[in-house]
Design a protein around this ligand. Structure first.
Ligand code: ZN
Length: 446
């Protein structure tokens, strides 16, 4: 057993994160080749030979593998190297300089998700340095294009090189952060992801001259349909992840809070004041319980003096695990009646790996030891990640990107926001935690 100098390793992880932030891999255009080359150099220096695969020019994906002696199915450490754009004017520190201030590393990608890419790189290096005997292969994938859907990244790898990344389990972005309910700190492990089913909401009416109003105006019909959609909450669907999450939280709470959580599970709606948690988290909890339909774009008319015959809204639909486009359509039609036509535009299936798995259990044990008093709960992401691609290979994906709990920092708003940042000591904590989880899950007992 090697005793690592975790302070030195934290510094090393921070250096890799800073280097990655400074490589501008804003998608579009991506240029993830910059990150892939950087990671490849580091891996090669320590005797791990990676493969770089270009989905399209400049859109490089990196895959590296530590081989096991055994047959047990691999663990995939997955990450994406692209980031969303940043409006530099709104940042306290420049978004691609990776400056350290007040104990934080500032930069686009600091929590989504160059930090985890750096941690996963460290896990690969440490397993190698320790020569840990493995019973599962450990695969590291740093892919392109996640922020635009993964067509040239994880999606492309799954379609074109599935054998390189096929794994039984994967660790991904998504969870790993903590939140507090009634004095207890909960660390989230993402075991489910909502799917998306975006649609056009379309109304029709009679065209005409705007100087002579009539009551069959497509624009007015659309406004009514959108209002109707906005006023309704769609039915509750309790998944395994949600039930386990709410019940686990409930066990630590007062009878009143436990009862409020139970009311939520029973479909009784939520009194906004009944849960002692932050407003954003409460809204997230509610979104996890329902399919949602959020209108985001409007399109109608070509001239101000012409009543158009068609009006259209684009609606961002999100569906919970076990729901389908068809069941979602039925819910929407129950609300809208025949007020509007629904045409689905794109679709990504919801996912659920569930909390009953050896990987979830290993994460739970590691967290119990490193964060006594904190409780691991399964969690559902309301957005979508590259998990949607990787699960096509039968992989069970768990979102666990560890970050130290800090009640002062609103972790949710950081990804894609201004002043995206991660605490320096979270890099040490996250690297250590991911290493412990990976080692415990993959090392051979022999
Ligand atoms: Zn991400």
């Amino acid at each position: 057993m090697v005793n690592f100098d975790w302070t030195a390793l934290q510094n090393e992880a921070v250096r890799h994160l800073q280097a990655l932030i400074r490589l501008e891999t804003v998608n579009p255009p991506g240029n993830e080749a910059l990150a892939a080359e950087y990671l490849a150099d580091i891996l090669r220096d320590e005797g791990i030979e990676p493969v770089i695969l270009e989905g399209s020019p400049g859109r490089s994906n990196l895959v590296a593998r530590l081989r096991s002696a055994d047959e047990a199915a691999p663990l995939l450490l997955m990450g994406h190297t692209d980031v969303v754009p940043a409006e530099a004017d709104h940042w306290t520190h420049p978004p691609f300089a990776a400056e350290i201030a007040d104990g934080y590393i500032f930069g686009r990608g600091a929590v989504d998700m160059k930090q985890m890419v750096a941690m996963e790189l460290m896990v690969m290096l440490l397993l190698r340095r320790m020569d840990v005997p493995l019973r599962r292969d450990v695969i590291f994938m740093a892919s392109a294009d996640e922020e635009a859907g993964g067509e040239w990244g994880a999606g492309w790898l799954v379609d074109n090189h599935p054998d390189l990344i096929r794994a039984e389990y994967a660790l991904n972005e998504g969870g790993g952060f903590a939140f507090e309910v009634g004095g207890t700190v909960f660390y989230a492990c993402q075991t489910a992801e909502k799917g998306y089913a975006r649609f056009a909401l379309r109304t029709r009416g009679k065209p005409g001259h705007a100087s002579v109003p009539h009551n069959d105006n497509a624009v007015i019909h659309l406004a009514a349909a959108i209002q109707c959609l906005g006023e309704q909450t769609l039915p509750v669907h309790v998944t395994t992840t949600l039930r386990t999450m709410f019940e686990t939280i409930g066990e630590t709470q007062t009878p009143e809070v436990r009862a409020a959580l139970q009311t939520l599970l029973d479909g009784g709606g939520l009194d906004p004041d009944s849960l002692p948690i932050r407003e954003d988290l409460r809204r997230t909890f509610v979104a996890m319980l329902h399919n949602t339909a959020t209108p985001t774009m409007l399109q109608s008319g070509s001239r101000v003096n012409v009543i158009p015959s068609v009006a259209e809204a684009h609606v961002d639909g999100r569906i919970v695990p076990d729901q389908t486009r068809e069941s979602f359509r039925a819910e929407l039609e129950a609300v809208l009646g025949d007020q509007a036509e629904i045409e689905f535009l794109d679709y990504g299936a919801p996912l659920e790996s569930g909390p009953d798995s050896p990987l979830f259990e290993v994460i739970r044990q590691v967290m119990m030891e490193t964060m006594p008093g904190a409780v691991l709960v399964p969690y559902m992401l309301t957005g979508a990640t590259d998990a949607k691609h990787v699960t096509r290979l039968g992989t069970q994906v768990y979102g666990f990107s560890p970050v130290l709990y800090n009640p002062q920092v609103e972790h949710f708003g950081l990804a894609h926001g201004h002043d995206e940042r991660i605490a320096v000591d979270s890099m040490g904590f996250g690297t250590h935690t991911l290493f412990d989880v990976t080692k415990r899950f993959c090392q051979s007992n022999a």
